[in-house]
Design a protein around this ligand. Sequence first.
Ligand code: 0A1
Ligand code: ZN
Length: 847
Amino acid sequence: MPDSQKIYLKDYTPPAYLVDTVHLTFKLSPNATRVNSKIRFRPNPDSDSRDFFVHGEHLTLIRAAIDGQECSPVVTDKGLTAQAPDAPFTWEAEVEINPQDNTALEGLYMSNGMYCTQCEAEGFRRITYYPDRPDVMATFTVRIEGDLPVLLSNGNPTASGDGWAEWHDPWPKPSYLFALVAGDLRNHPDSFTTKSGRKVDLNIWVRPDDIDKCAFGMEALKKSMKWDEDVYGREYDLDLFNIVAVDDFNMGAMENKGLNIFNSSCVLASPETATDANFERIEAIIAHEYFHNWTGNRITCRDWFQLCLKEGLTVYRDSQFTSDVRSRAVKRISDVDGLRAVQFREDNGPLAHPVRPDSFVEINNFYTATVYEKGAEVVGMLKRLVGDDAYAQALDLYFERHDGQAVTIEDWLKVFEDTTGRDLGQFMRWYSQAGTPRLTVTDDFKDSTYTLNFKQYTPPTPGQDVKQPQVIPIAVGLLTPNGDEVQETVVLEMTKPEQSFEFKGLSSRPVPSILREFSAPVILEQDTDNETRAFLMAHDTDPFNRRESGNALARDVLRRMITDGAAPDPMYLEAKAKILTDEALDPAFRALVMSLPTQEELAQMLFDTGHTPDPEAIFNATQTLAQASAERLKQDLPRIYAAHQVKGPYSPDAGPAGHRVLANSALWLLSRLDGCKQAQAQYDAADNMTQQISALGCLQYFDHGADATQAFYDQWRHDRLVIDKWFAMQVSNTRPDQTVATAQALTEHADFDMKNPNRFRAVFGALAWHHAGFHQADGAGYRLLADWLIKLDPVNPQTTARMSTAFQSWRRYDEGRQALMRAELERIMSTPDLSGDTGEMVGRILE
Ligand code: 0A1
Ligand code: ZN
């Protein structure tokens, strides 16, 4: 990618003009919507420039005026410039836009007959001319005219009549938080009274058919509102909070002020159509978007390089919420599984970038696991280093000091420095250095003193050859050989490249439990034997490390099976059986211990230890180990399956969901032994989606699924969210040699619609995640995905660019696969008129 197209953090300059008020009038029409704007500008005292530039893309300018005088600005495909006074003035413009043809789903677009908007990051410039940057904050007044029953925008409603409505948002906001929705919608209403007694009306707006799928989302919203008051002291600040479900949406959801817009898959749920995992995800996303009201909206980002300021903190807050309302251990384990599967892969390949990037071409390409999930880990480390009380004080100061501002990571760290007196200069490297640090540890025991010796090293990443040491909080506990804890968890603060920590007065050599709760996002390299791992799996008091030892043991067993053709290690099978059959343990935790490392994780582990990963060998080893587990547990599985059946009406709460996940993990193993008898029985009797889909998965995976797959389609053909699952499952549950053909056949199905991101992702996300299927040696998986990315790019560049990350680890594989992937990447790259989004991504992957 030529450097001339890049935008750099170091080049930030304040805007020449600020905006006080914005008045917008929309005259809605599917292919010719008129937008009139009246914007009050004033010169920015912090800028020397008086160049008046406003962004604008895909707009037809009808008329423009400054202080009532028609003007003729210079218009390009990026925006317009005009002669503006060095004093406050009123800008007026009329533009025409075409929501119907807007398949990119940025700006104002149509989804199943409803109008909706997506303005983050730079979509507002597709609605009207405006300084579309987050450090320009203004109050918005909006009038919508359209022949539709529901007309919504941000803030509070001020007036309405037949075919029109007016809205006013009193809180200054950047344009990326603007939203408009219009359609034939129904609402699920409720209300919440804030701690200071303000009654807030709440609504979830959906298409008429979906009205019975809103109750859970509404409960999640009220829980989130209460939690933010109780834990962060943050109260909601408008009389109304609206959520809208939209079928066509590039991401999960969007925190527009007072008018959150959700991908319908991230808000709609009923027991018959949504799984336990869907319910949990919906609860977390509703919380996430709601929490943005303070961390993102009231305090926003100065520029898009600071994206982690709102996203890292808000992900951290939503994970705290889920830990509080569900199980802390299970949440932490699942988060770290996700971090390793997605963020570590990103951090260890060509797309590696710092949590706060210092350059980009297309900001949409930086809504990444690094910015979000590693960004949240960084907040968690900060809290661990300063302590809970100081964290709470620092956040109070942050809200007090920066309310109504657009700020930077420096501002964020300064509140911690001012609260604690600590110098966070070195900590800042977590924001500026890319790559996953490797932390190696050895130990000594002499004269009653136990010493842990750590070394840290971060490999080079694109544009960053040399790394400086980071501050690493390492939570450690020590156990005696008979399983008692002699040292409760302490946090060791590593700041140097090599550092040792001593524990005195120990009568015998302890067994260390290192990086408890995954206290830092690093790769821990510890030369432990498998007896110690099995010991920790049985005795560690930290549930995260207990599962982690099991996983490390599984990784090692699988590595030996893959590279040396070893047999499944009985020690692992025994240790796992012990946990699975321990009725004193949380069922959801036991299910996590049951799961094997993902094939993607194994590929990365093999690569890191000097092997070229062979996807077929990885697949075969995981099959052999799962089969051996099933056989070892032959006696126990039917009992465990039966003991954890949940009776009575369905509830998505963590308790019953935990029993179901354990019973269904047992069902997967059992299906290896009983020819899917139990799975078929479960499928036939299922009265909720969790049970139905778990059984269908087993049937499909073990080749007994043809009838059930058809029956499932016939039952659910009217429900697009369930049909997304139907598409995805058929691809995920194939044998590797069938994956590509199945995905290909599904693209020919009458219900396949590449314009709908959920449907496209259902097929191609599942293909890309099927490690052995995608990486078939003949390159058919690569070809099929590339063909469809090339087709999708002119329709929806953002989703194309995101999905192209399936190729990011191409350098990890053998020469044959590398050549095949490179050829596909080059084919995408040479497509005429390739979008900037996809061009940037594929270019970086190839670099
Ligand atoms: N801010 C939203 C995520 C989001 C980002 C970009 C979007 O369109 C390009 C849409 C949503 C969040 O963190 O939930
Ligand atoms: Zn967010």
